[in-house]
Design a protein around this ligand. Structure first.
Ligand code: HOZ
Length: 438
């Protein structure tokens, strides 16, 4: 039987050659394992260009893009205002390793959009943001242990690479070699949406916990929504025990609302981590929160974090232009309408094909979990997400590639809709899904 990725491999001859070359030079041929197509088989597609909602690969095939660089491209690729801002910054210098006024402009935009953030520090990647927030929580509380949830992914800092989602889950290494047993011991892993586990842990060990870090809407084991009871337990117990609540909004920040998932869900964390959209498609991330906590960062306080490219002028320009556009022309109603239509399209396609699927969506983020049972089973955390039928997802992924739709290359990632997508794109994607599943 032909593997799903073999059917149209002849249309990707140049990608194949590019991957052969990259494999000789770069471990596994990719600079980040999430791109390796490990969850769907076959070889990664190499791209040469992106515009709006479209990607063009190096063989000239065009795809409607539903990963948007894994989240940042909420306005679509090469949005004119973002490109103009980068051009202006480019004309004056690409890196100073010294402060610029523009960094305060971006800080103001972030602080205005996210009320729980009183002070913010810029870094270059989501990994740096979460790693620094955890160090800060430990430095502030004088405690060592942290809590995370299975299937949540917070970048690849050692303390957080335990029972991790995203590529770690896709490629079957949720606990990476190289993370010492001592480091792993300081990370307590609980199940998402299980408030009773939090109650028991805090009753036993609450006063030794520096922080609880969580994805407010999980994107890294496929999309999983939090229950109100879970969110309530998180805030109540951390507050009662003097632990910090760290809301990882690298994916959801500025996407689910201008104020992120915390605005949508009514959460007030102590610290928030941001990435992806905040950099407008360039390498920039941030962490921020209560001023009394943030003031523990060197040189205001003693907790160390630094970076030559932190607050890089090109990235600050792209991030500023993106946040201004989102503030001045909020796309959230449009994204919700597109999301609802795509969800209905996928649901109808699965039902017509007699395929069991649990479809989870919040705004412009969505996952169709393929399942084996007769009825859809709610996906509430890693124990249920990990039961998904990954072979069926892989066949669906390649069926959509054949029809010019680029979805996440793993069951354990969410898709992202951009403001550049049109109602016609959503309708065409629903039709493609119906054909791919039939
Ligand atoms: N954080 C991204 C998706 N969960 C992965 C991005 C990447 O590793 O390239």
């Amino acid at each position: 039987m032909t593997a799903p990725h073999d059917r149209t491999a002849s249309r990707r001859i140049r990608s194949h050659a590019a991957f052969e070359r990259a494999r000789r030079l770069i471990p596994g041929g990719v600079n980040s394992p999430a791109r390796a197509f490990g969850g769907v088989g076959g070889e990664p597609i190499f791209f040469r260009e992106a515009t709006g909602q479209w990607l063009t690969d190096i063989d000239g095939n065009r795809y409607l893009d539903y990963i948007g660089s894994w989240g940042p491209m909420i306005l679509g690729h090469r949005h004119p205002r973002v490109i103009a801002a980068i051009d202006r910054a480019l004309a004056t210098g690409t890196s100073y390793g010294a402060p610029t006024e523009a960094e305060s402009g971006l800080a103001e935009l972030i602080i205005d959009a996210v009320p729980s953030i009183e002070k913010v520090r810029m870094v270059s990647s989501g990994t740096e943001a979460t790693m620094s927030a955890i160090r800060l929580a430990r430095g502030f509380t004088g405690r060592e242990r942290i809590v995370k949830f299975s299937g949540n992914y917070h970048g690849h800092g050692d303390s957080l690479l335990v029972s991790a989602g995203s590529a770690a889950a896709t490629l079957g290494v949720p606990d990476s070699p190289g993370v010492t047993a001592g480091t792993a011991r300081d990370t307590i892993v609980l199940d998402y949406n299980e408030p009773q586990q939090l109650v028991e842990l805090f009753a036993r060990d609450g006063d030794s916990i520096a922080a609880v870090i969580f994805e407010p809407v999980v994107g890294n084991m496929g999309l999983v929504r939090p229950t109100p009871e879970f969110l309530d337990a998180l805030r109540r117990l951390t507050h009662a025990h003097g632990s910090l609540l760290v809301c990882d909004e690298v994916m959801t920040g500025f996407r689910l609302a201008l104020g992120g998932a915390q605005e949508l869900l009514g959460i007030t964390p102590d610290l928030t981590t941001l990435g992806k959209i905040v950099g407008g498609g360039l390498p920039l991330a941030a962490y921020g929160g209560r001023a009394d906590v943030m003031n523990h960062m060197l040189p205001a306080g003693k907790v160390f974090q630094a970076g030559t490219l932190s607050g890089n002028p090109l990235a600050v320009a792209a991030g500023t232009a993106t946040l201004e556009e989102l503030r001045n022309h909020p796309p959230y109603a449009l994204l919700e309408a597109h999301g609802a239509r795509l969800e209905a399209g996928f649901r109808a396609a699965a039902s017509a094909a007699g395929i069991t699927a649990w479809i989870a969506r919040v705004g412009s983020m969505m996952t169709m979990f393929f399942q084996r049972g007769p009825e859809p089973m709610p996906v509430t955390g890693w124990p249920t997400a990990s039961q998904s039928d990954k072979a069926r997802y892989a066949a669906f992924f390649w069926g959509m590639i054949d029809r010019g739709v680029y979805l996440p290359c793993s069951q354990y990632e969410a898709l992202f809709i951009s403001a550049a997508h049109t109602a016609d794109d959503i309708a065409a994607t629903s039709t493609a899904a119906a054909e791919a599943l039939a």
